[in-house]
Design a protein around this ligand. Structure first.
Ligand code: NAD
Length: 300
């Protein structure tokens, strides 16, 4: 089953799912305003002028407006010192109009990201990367969950429902994606294997997966032969490839043309996990605003 070239996996349409999520969040923002008389606000901070980061930040601001939230952009020069950035974070922490704070990574050298992220109040840490939220996720307590892993989880729940007992193999174990996603899948009742750059014979491990996630940035790593027939494949990777005509296109970690004939379901790149990340950032901002309105700081 699922191995003939005529077989086509079901495409997991992250774009459509994200659009539906945006719609729901827009309504939730209206309801939130009716209840509390407050509009959720998201502050996005960018240091330096990396063109890719600038595009991400502007897109985040645009989407924030689209769902009816307030957006506050802080574009700081490359020369900003760590103490200046820390002062800004403290101001944003104290500002009641701001419910979520996101500092775009990477930061210029000379600024310690760990110190910056952990200065953001845990209840405003909409990226979920601070130690309090990471610790809460690891302890199975309610937390703000990093956006991309949350996006993967929502897609998987939508596609598979109950995942109890499924073998999930996650390739890549970063703080941003692989590690938090592994914890989320564990909490769903999956048996989770985590692979990384030093793992031996990943192919044999991957082949056992009912759910195979790849988050490495290594284009074409996951071949069709690595996939168990019928498995669900989530491709988080993003690599920008230059084409001969001078333009570029985005590809994932999975050799899609092979995988689509073996997998049961698969996320395309682009249009799979990518659109879910911003939708989940907006969802997290709403979660953060609710936490602050209930005055139940997640620190206590
Ligand atoms: P990272 O560089 O921090 O981590 C990469 C991980 O992959 C590491 O754990 C490393 O050990 C592992 N790895 C690298 N090469 C490997 C190989 N050949 N075999 C096995 N493991 C290997 O990256 P990250 O921040 O976790 O991001 C991973 C990918 O996901 C990148 O392509 C990134 O652009 C993409 N990403 C996408 C989204 C999205 O919205 N879709 C969001 C975040 C990251």
């Amino acid at each position: 089953m699922h191995t003939s070239s005529s077989h086509q996996a079901t495409l997991i349409d992250g774009k459509a799912y994200a659009a539906a999520l945006h719609q729901r969040i827009r309504q939730d923002v209206i309801d939130f305003h009716e209840l509390y008389g407050v509009t959720p606000g998201l502050a996005v901070v960018l240091v330096g002028n990396d063109p890719a980061s600038e595009i991400y930040v502007r897109n985040k601001a645009l989407q924030t407006h689209h769902v009816g939230m307030r957006s506050f952009m802080h574009m700081l020069p490359e020369t900003t010192s760590e103490s200046e950035l820390l002062d800004l974070i403290k101001q944003l922490n104290a500002d009641p109009a701001i419910h979520g704070i996101l500092v775009q990574l990477p930061l210029p050298s000379g600024i310690e990201p760990h110190r910056i992220i952990n200065t953001i109040l845990p209840e405003k840490d909409v990226d979920g990367l601070g130690e309090v939220n990471v610790g809460r996720l690891a302890s199975n307590r309610p937390s703000i969950i990093p956006c991309t892993p949350l996006g993967c989880l929502l897609l998987l729940r939508d596609q598979l429902g109950d995942m109890t007992g499924q073998h999930a193999v996650v390739i890549g174990c970063s703080h941003l994606v692989g590690k938090p996603l592994s914890l989320l899948l564990l909490a769903e009742g999956c048996t989770v294997s985590i692979a990384h750059i030093h793992t031996r014979n990943i192919e044999a491990l991957a082949k056992q997966a009912d759910i195979l996630v790849s988050a490495t940035g290594c284009h074409g790593l996951v071949r069709g032969t690595w996939i168990k027939p019928g498995a669900t494949v989530i491709d988080v990777g993003i690599t920008r490839l230059k084409t001969p005509d001078g333009t570029s296109r985005i590809v994932g970690d999975v050799a899609f043309d092979e995988a689509v004939h073996v997998a049961g379901r698969i996320t395309p790149v682009p249009g799979g996990v990518g659109p879910m990340t911003i939708a989940c950032l907006l969802e997290n901002t709403l979660t953060a605003a609710r936490l602050q309105m209930k005055e139940s700081s997640i620190c206590t």
